[in-house]
Design a protein around this ligand. Structure first.
Ligand SMILES: NC(=O)c1ccc[n+]([C@@H]2O[C@H](COP(=O)([O-])OP(=O)(O)OC[C@H]3O[C@@H](n4cnc5c(N)ncnc54)[C@H](OP(=O)(O)O)[C@@H]3O)[C@@H](O)[C@H]2O)c1
Length: 211
């Protein structure tokens, strides 16, 4: 069997739990890890894959968030990702977005908006010839939720592990899959919401209202 050649892969937010679970599944590739706690790597000219993974969420009602917090969420989750994509011109782009962009819930207006912008950015960029995979995941048990220890327990059966999410992403690095919507229950609800938004928003208040 022909040996696959190593790909040049840039991953942002590299100390993150989903990023780490991806990294351990990519032993044969050239990885360039970008992180607030690492020196900036020297990048090769050709980037095969950029994974826009950096992100964080502050979950509260809009009037409880400051302008600085709104700016910071859009900076990290959206603008930095767009600017890095422009700079690196990857062949394949993986945006780690969120199912909250398609299935909005209470206290997530700014976070959901920042991820929705990232998703649409990727969708439009396909018209410029970039192979884009948007990863729209529901709750994953990572340090993303460190400030809300109760949240993952309350969400219960919808919670995924970083390993499950990373496995699905890594499997699709060489495909033309457009989206991963996870877990299946929230993927189904988000598809239903596209047809019956009012009904699903009412149901969300009851079933997905954990923040
Ligand atoms: N966990 C979930 O439930 C969930 C659900 C939907 C989507 N996501 C998305 O999945 C991605 C990965 O998150 P994760 O769950 O693996 O969480 P994580 O372990 O907290 O990793 C996120 C990484 O993003 C970087 N980051 C966090 N805050 C930042 C800030 N203010 N400025 C710059 N960089 C920052 C950090 O990496 P460095 O310190 O190395 O720079 C951090 O390790 C994020 O984009 C998140 O929005 C997560």
């Amino acid at each position: 069997m022909k040996k696959k050649s190593a790909r040049n892969i840039v991953i942002t937010g590299a100390t993150g739990d989903i990023a780490q679970a991806m990294i351990k599944r990519l032993p044969g590739d050239n990885l360039y890890l970008m992180s607030r706690s690492l020196p900036e790597p020297e990048l090769p000219e050709k980037i095969d894959i950029l994974v826009n993974n950096s992100g964080f969420g502050l979950f509260d009602n809009l009037t409880n968030l400051s302008d600085d917090q709104v700016d910071e969420m859009f900076k990290v989750n959206t603008l930095d990702a767009i600017k890095l994509t422009r700079k690196l011109k990857p062949t394949k782009l993986v945006n780690i977005a969120s199912i909250s962009a398609k299935l909005p819930t209470k206290k997530a207006s700014v976070y959901a908006a920042s991820k929705a912008a990232l998703i649409v950015f990727g969708e439009a960029l396909r018209f410029e010839g970039v192979n884009v995979l948007n990863v729209n995941t529901g709750p994953v048990s990572t340090k993303f939720h460190a400030a809300r220890p109760d949240y993952l327990r309350k969400v219960g059966s919808y919670v995924l592990t970083a390993d499950v999410v990373a496995e699905k992403i890594v499997k699709n690095l060489d495909t033309h899959k457009r989206e991963l919507n996870l877990p299946w229950q929230l993927a189904f609800a988000s598809k239903l919401r596209a047809i019956f938004p009012g009904l699903v928003d009412t149901m969300s208040q009851r079933f997905f209202n954990y923040k």
